[in-house]
Ligand binder design. Structure first.
Ligand SMILES: *[C@@H]1O[C@H](CO)[C@@H](O)[C@H](O)[C@H]1NC(C)=O
Ligand SMILES: *[C@@H]1O[C@H](CO)[C@@H](O)[C@H](O)[C@H]1NC(C)=O
Ligand SMILES: *[C@@H]1O[C@H](CO)[C@@H](O)[C@H](O)[C@H]1NC(C)=O
Ligand SMILES: *[C@@H]1O[C@H](CO)[C@@H](O)[C@H](O)[C@H]1NC(C)=O
Ligand SMILES: *[C@@H]1O[C@H](CO)[C@@H](O)[C@H](O)[C@H]1NC(C)=O
Ligand SMILES: *[C@@H]1O[C@H](CO)[C@@H](O)[C@H](O)[C@H]1NC(C)=O
Ligand SMILES: *[C@@H]1O[C@H](CO)[C@@H](O)[C@H](O)[C@H]1NC(C)=O
Ligand SMILES: *[C@@H]1O[C@H](CO)[C@@H](O)[C@H](O)[C@H]1NC(C)=O
Length: 483
């Protein structure tokens, strides 16, 4: 399923590692198809992919000033007090997890209805056309007499303003078309000056960071991007290396469809599959670019970025329709970076309190809970990044139910289940706590349950290399009742 919506129902204050609205739709669909399996397991994969979501917010109660509750100045998404940082959108739920579930459920429900009604079988040849393109150097033909060029990548002032779904910092605002001597001077001192050629090319975007001219420790933005179309019968999936706005998506889709038709492939269904291959931020239309809101300030290859993509994707469509894919040039191969930036966060040896071990219970569970309540237990923890480095690690937690018939514990939830939460609280000198919550659903069967924690601690003995050791721990049993 492709749908154009930003997965930003969860806002930027979230520290949990959880899916957003699209991931939740996928989760629900897979739960339905993979009955009896835990999340992330079972044979059915439900993919909910991005489309031209660039300027589509799921926070449908709209933007308001967080400090006063008043409506924002929508032209710039600013507030009288606090500027852009106070203008935030929210909804439709009580909080961000609720909003994620409401939007995700709507996506899931529509997708299941379409899935149930599906009547047309896709048949026909499978074809793929792919090219690498130096996107900093594309000549776009505007009409029979005029051409234009794409630019070396740069982010504009309004990029730093962020949006109503995640505000930026300082005094940047959307819709900024003039630069500010203060920030320009600071930029020049930190990173050097952008070239005049770049400033001219990117107009009317005022260049905040000339990413295309910064290359240490490796380029800040790609020059070489992928353009790609895959067709299966009358379905054409266009893999776009960025986030198209609504209008950009419509224009690109129509241009590709028309190009296919010109060369004899009528009635193609063209799908925009966004954020594919390499990431290059946003792709706004030429008109949107003039206004320089966030998406336009983040359209890194300049005002003719969309026109360049339309030209490139028409080329791919024509090659598929005329059966000349083999004649397409592969284009310049992108560089391969072996020396990525080393992690800046040091590894710290985990420590348990004196007299305790990793996984010991610090705050026990109650002996009994009702459905609708939250069961919570805190263990002596260790840094979860140790587990992320361990290939055999499956889950940080399980919720297990005792089955009398088989006298065994059955896993009913893992850490991917929406009913569970895993919080890691970092203390001093390698000490930490792991708190596990089970938000007991109304559908939980009454019975005896337990919660288990699976972790890894980093240990280092004097003069020896550090080792990562696994540990696991089990809470006391507790009862769940329905009344
Ligand atoms: C909003 O942006 C417009 C265009 O850049 C500008 O004229 C106006 O002063 C801005 N308003 C605020 C409140 O920043
Ligand atoms: C994020 O959402 C929570 C509600 O879940 C809200 O309290 C908080 O103010 C929001 N933060 C931002 C930065 O939008
Ligand atoms: C892309 O094209 C520009 C302009 O011709 C050139 O300076 C740059 O080196 C090219 N980038 C790569 C990675 O080849
Ligand atoms: C071609 O495009 C240029 C630049 O937008 C414009 O000035 C010119 O009038 C156009 N010519 C035609 C024939 O449309
Ligand atoms: C933004 O803040 C800087 C530093 O305080 C200041 O020099 C500049 O004038 C401000 N710009 C705007 C548009 O308010
Ligand atoms: C295009 O689709 C329409 C509606 O499904 C159908 O009536 C028509 O025959 C199709 N045309 C071609 C050339 O396949
Ligand atoms: C495509 O390449 C083949 C083989 O090299 C050649 O015979 C053919 O003329 C080319 N077609 C086009 C449209 O360039
Ligand atoms: C860990 O839990 C113990 C017992 O509840 C508490 O005293 C301590 O402050 C907690 N430490 C952190 C880092 O949350």
């Amino acid at each position: 399923s492709w749908f154009a919506i930003h997965p930003v129902s969860m806002n930027n204050s979230n520290h949990l590692v959880n899916s957003d609205n699209m991931g939740y739709a996928s989760y629900l669909f897979e739960q339905e198809k993979n009955k009896g399996h835990l999340p992330g397991q079972g044979p059915f994969v439900a993919a909910f992919a991005s489309s031209n979501l660039g300027d589509v917010s799921p926070n449908i109660l709209g933007p308001r000033c967080a400090n006063t509750g008043e409506s924002c100045d929508n032209a710039n998404s600013t507030c009288p007090i606090g500027g852009a940082t106070m203008c935030m959108a929210r909804g439709p739920g009580q909080d961000m997890l609720d909003s994620t579930q409401i939007i995700g459920r709507a996506l899931y429900q529509k997708a299941t209805a379409l899935y149930a009604l599906a009547s047309q079988e896709l048949t026909g040849p499978l074809t793929s056309a792919h090219q690498w393109v130096n996107m900093t150097d594309v000549t776009v033909s505007l009409n029979s007499t005029h051409t234009a060029k794409t630019c070396k990548p740069a982010l504009g002032y309004s990029f730093a303003a962020g949006t109503i779904d995640g505000a930026g910092t300082f005094n940047f605002t959307q819709g900024t078309t003039v630069s500010d001597p203060f920030w320009d001077t600071l930029r020049d001192q930190l990173f050097g000056r952008p070239s005049d050629e770049m400033k001219e090319c990117q107009k009317p975007k005022p260049v905040l960071i000339h990413t295309g001219e910064l290359s240490k420790p490796h380029p800040w933005h790609p020059d070489i991007v992928d353009v790609q179309i895959i067709t299966l019968g009358t379905l054409a999936i266009t893999a776009i290396p960025g986030e198209l706005t609504t209008m950009s998506g419509r224009r690109l889709r129509e241009a590709i469809k028309a190009e296919f038709a010109t060369y004899g492939m009528q009635n193609m269904t063209v799908v925009i599959s966004g954020l594919c291959n390499v990431y290059t931020h946003y792709i706004a239309t030429y008109e949107e670019y003039q206004v320089q809101r966030y998406e336009a300030a983040s359209t890194i290859y300049g005002p003719h970025t969309l026109s360049a993509y339309i030209q490139l994707y028409r080329g791919l469509a024509k090659a598929i329709a005329t059966d000349t894919v083999a004649n397409l040039s592969r284009g310049p191969e992108p560089p391969f970076f072996k020396d990525l930036i080393k992690p800046l966060i040091p590894n710290i040896v985990d420590r348990a309190p004196i007299g305790k071990n990793f996984g010991d219970v610090l705050q026990p569970l109650n002996s009994k809970y009702r459905v609708g309540e939250v069961a919570e237990v805190t263990f002596v923890g260790a840094n979860p990044k140790n587990s992320a480095e361990n290939r055999t690690h499956q889950t940080f937690l399980t919720v297990e139910k005792y089955e009398d018939a088989s006298a065994t514990w059955q896993v009913v939830h893992n850490d991917a289940s929406w009913e569970t939460r895993f919080y890691w609280h970092k203390g001093l000198l390698g000490h930490s706590n792991a708190t596990i919550q089970w938000h007991i659903p109304d559908t939980a069967k009454p019975g005896i349950y337990r919660i288990r924690y699976f972790g890894h601690n980093r240990k280092q003995d004097f003069l020896k290399p550090a080792v990562i050791l696994s540990f696991e721990s089990t809470s006391s049993d507790f009862e769940v009742v329905t009344t």
